[in-house]
Design a binder for this molecule. Structure first.
Ligand code: ACM
Ligand code: ZN
Length: 737
């Protein structure tokens, strides 16, 4: 060591480390438990070497540096300075998955108790580097990291991300990307929801039809169209070979993949390919998703033989200790009318169908336990009887339902919809469900199953951790909506899972996220969601509140979508036509928020002529909560809901009391904003006299526009093919003067 560097080291060692506080200068996510910032830096250059006994972490880090910066950090065990060392040492005194990262001008040392900790030390180190370490360097970066000492470990042993691949299918390449993205955030579990009513996605060699038929939907398939798949063949599955490789890839990154086969409900893909395991009645009772004939028969031994065989292949693919076999949202009325199920109830002396669910779950436990694994199920499984103490419950329905599982003595993962369901919309204006809540970044950040409950110390031990979960009914569009829904809410979840509550602060998190982590997400190649600005019109002036002080907001003055070349907002805008302005937040011209106008004025001036409705739908199909009168109300939040799939020939006719003078009529279908249950194949017609109709546009994503030349007497929606949902929804016409 040179004298100068020796002195520097000594000085650094003597310097009291400045405690990491408030606005975290390093802007790490998830925030480490303890950070001391020193002075000086370590420079990575062509002479830097790497060594250590955590082979994967060593190779992973040098690969990341090489592929982004081009700097070749070679392995060498002899260097005394300018080296990086990653050691796993069971005497380190560190916690599971924990690490100690020390950066001085001479070296970077990562010490950990296990390979997981070594990997996480590397992840923190990556966050200290230029963000392009996740992508490709521009050539202008300084490849240096600040001197720090970080000691870190996770709050919870389970930090999950769950993805449904049944409703929307993601190619295996996306799964690899996803594993990378979650591993950067120290998430250690990927819960893979592999089967549901709308597609079976895992190859099972003994039952090839599950994927030959059950993985596909379309007009001529075993499974009908749904969730935006349209009238084309849609689907896909993962081969066992693909799964083995992805399991290994994840495991290297300290991610356990928990497979889920959802049973005994949510099972249309099985029941329609192997009908012998469904109940012997007609199975006509609808599930909450409107599906029929989607429940396994509990009273039929054939069911258990098939499940045993499936689980045998599953455990050979997934080394995970936990095997998830569903248990949610079963419509037990199916069992009420099934002779086999009823015979079993009688034989066992059961009084209610919920006991059948418990019976089924207990048999699942046996099947899974036989392979040395533990069963996981959704929170409905705590009803109807006891469970094995080892059986893990996923508390999803509410915080209370998770807490009830804990109080019943079951190990529990918390993913209550109100905080953790990332298919919920992020604001009133964005696409997404809201049956649980509008789930903001802030609400995901707040999830804390310990602080939010009043558990005894023994009960606290049963809280395994938290999970962010994405159901994919709405992910058919727009492109890369999966990323938009996960990020950055999963960044918030990662901190909820990793960081002790005393180190958590939402404003501080938001600062770190917007100031530095966005740039990391950008370099990771994630199409993350940006917050939109808050715009108000007062005293003839448009005033914009930026979502964060350094946000770039662009705007248009003609009602069109802002683009990367639109003007940048720099201050108040005086105007008498505020309704024409649209604003959006941009990140590096790469990513933008939804666009908004002033929230306190009417942006659209629709006219509201008296209109009546005629249609091909019998009254019995109307859902009474959403009556037809909703679509003559011009309340644009309301809609008319039909409980059936539409077919070619179905129609809805809007007839105006008086012909209407207008320039444009926008005909939107489906639920407002999210266009769920819309027209798949069809067109609009319109008439000036109410008798002769002119054919207009085909529907694209549920919308068609009419630009009439004369006063309009009637507008008709005409289906030319079946819709891709079991429900159809219609809206008020948007008529412009
Ligand atoms: C669930 O959301 N049905 C687990
Ligand atoms: Zn049955």
């Amino acid at each position: 060591m040179k004298l100068k560097t020796m002195l520097a080291t000594l000085l650094l060692a003597m310097l009291p480390f400045i405690s990491f506080s408030q606005k975290g200068q390093l802007n790490l996510i998830p925030k480490p438990q303890s950070v001391c910032i020193g002075s000086g830096k370590f420079v990575i250059n062509g002479n830097t070497t790497i060594k250590g006994n955590s082979d994967f972490a060593v190779k992973y880090l040098s690969d990341k540096i090489k592929s982004s910066s081009g700097i070749d950090v070679r392995e060498s065990s002899s260097a005394l300075e300018n080296f990086i060392q990653i050691d796993v040492n069971s005497q380190s005194g560190l916690k599971r998955e924990g690490y100690r990262l020390q950066i001085t001008p001479e070296y970077i040392k990562i010490e950990a108790n296990d390979n997981a900790g070594a990997f996480y030390g590397v992840q923190t180190l990556l966050q200290l580097m230029p963000a392009s370490v996740y992508g490709e360097a521009s050539g202008w970066e300084k490849w240096e990291v600040p001197c720090v000492k970080i000691e870190d470990y996770p709050r919870f042993g389970y930090r999950g991300a769950g993805l449904d691949v049944s409703r929307t299918f993601f190619p295996i390449e996306t799964i690899y990307n996803f594993i990378d993205w979650i591993s950067y955030h120290k998430i250690n579990t990927f819960h893979w929801h592999l089967t549901d009513d709308n597609g079976w996605r895992v190859e099972i060699k003994k039952y090839p039809l599950l994927t030959q038929k059950g993985a596909w939907r379309g007009p001529d398939e075993v499974l009908p169209p749904s969730y935006g798949s349209g009238n084309k063949r849609y689907g896909g599955f993962y081969t066992q070979d693909e799964i083995k490789k992805v399991v290994k890839y994840a495991s290297d990154r300290n991610i356990t993949i928990i497979p889920e086969i959802d049973m005994p409900g949510h099972s249309k893909a099985v029941i329609h390919t192997y009908p012998e395991v469904g109940c012997t009645n007609e199975n006509k009772q609808m599930s909450v998703n409107g599906e029929v004939n989607n429940v396994w028969c509990v009273g039929n031994e054939k069911s258990y033989i098939m499940i045993e065989n499936i689980v045998k292949e599953l455990v050979a693919l997934f080394p995970s200790k936990m095997i998830h076999l569903g248990g949610d949202e079963v419509n037990m009325d199916n069992w009420k009318s099934c002779p086999s199920c009823q015979a079993l109830m009688k034989k066992m002396g059961m009084k209610e169908e919920i006991e059948l669910l418990n019976y089924f779950v207990r048999r699942m436990e046996k099947i899974v336990n036989k392979h040395g694994r533990v069963l996981v199920g959704w929170d409905e499984i705590i009803k109807g009887g006891d469970l094995q103490p080892s059986t893990v419950v996923y508390g999803w329905g509410s915080m209370k339902r998770g807490a009830n599982a804990v109080r019943k003595g079951q190990p529990t993962v918390f993913l209550p919809g109100q905080y953790c369901y990332l298919d919920m919309k992020q604001s009133e204006y964005e696409r997404g469900h809201n049956w649980a809540a509008i789930v903001t970044l802030d609400s995901t950040y707040k999830i804390d199953p310990i602080k939010m409950n009043d558990f005894t110390p023994e009960q606290e031990k049963l809280v395994l951790g938290v999970q962010g979960n994405l159901w994919c009914e709405l992910l058919d569009r727009p492109a890369r909506f999966m990323e938009y829904q996960f990020f950055p809410r999963l960044c918030a979840l990662s901190e909820a899972g990793w960081t002790n509550p005393e180190n958590k602060d939402y404003d501080d998190f938001y600062f770190r996220l917007t100031k530095t982590h966005y740039e990391r997400l950008y370099n990771m190649g994630i199409a993350f969601r940006l917050p939109f600005p808050n715009v108000k019109y007062e005293n003839n002036t448009l005033k914009v509140k930026l979502p964060y002080d350094w946000a770039v907001v662009r705007y248009t003055t003609d009602g069109t979508e802002p683009s990367a070349t639109s003007n940048i907002y720099t201050g108040d805008i005086v105007t008498f036509e505020p309704e024409k302005f649209r604003f959006a937040t941009f990140y590096r011209d790469y990513n933008k928020s939804i666009s908004v106008g002033a929230s306190n004025i009417e942006l659209y001036n629709y006219i509201t002529p008296k209109v009546s409705i005629e249609s091909s739908y019998d009254a019995e199909y109307t859902n009474n909560r959403f009556p037809v009168s909703n679509i003559t109300s011009y309340d644009f939040k309301k809609y008319w809901r039909i409980n059936r799939r539409s077919q070619a020939g179905d129609y809805v006719l809007y007839t105006f009391e008086q012909p209407v003078e207008c320039s444009k009529i926008t005909v939107e279908t489906g639920i407002p904003n999210i266009t769920f249950y819309s027209v798949t194949d069809g067109y609009v017609e319109y008439s000036y006299n109410g008798k002769d109709f002119i054919k207009g546009e085909e529907f694209v994503y549920g919308t068609a526009v009419i630009e009439p030349k004369d006063r309009v007497k009637a507008v008709k929606i005409v289906f030319t093919g079946m819709s891709d949902a079991l429900i159809t929804a219609f809206q008020n016409l948007k008529i412009e003067k």
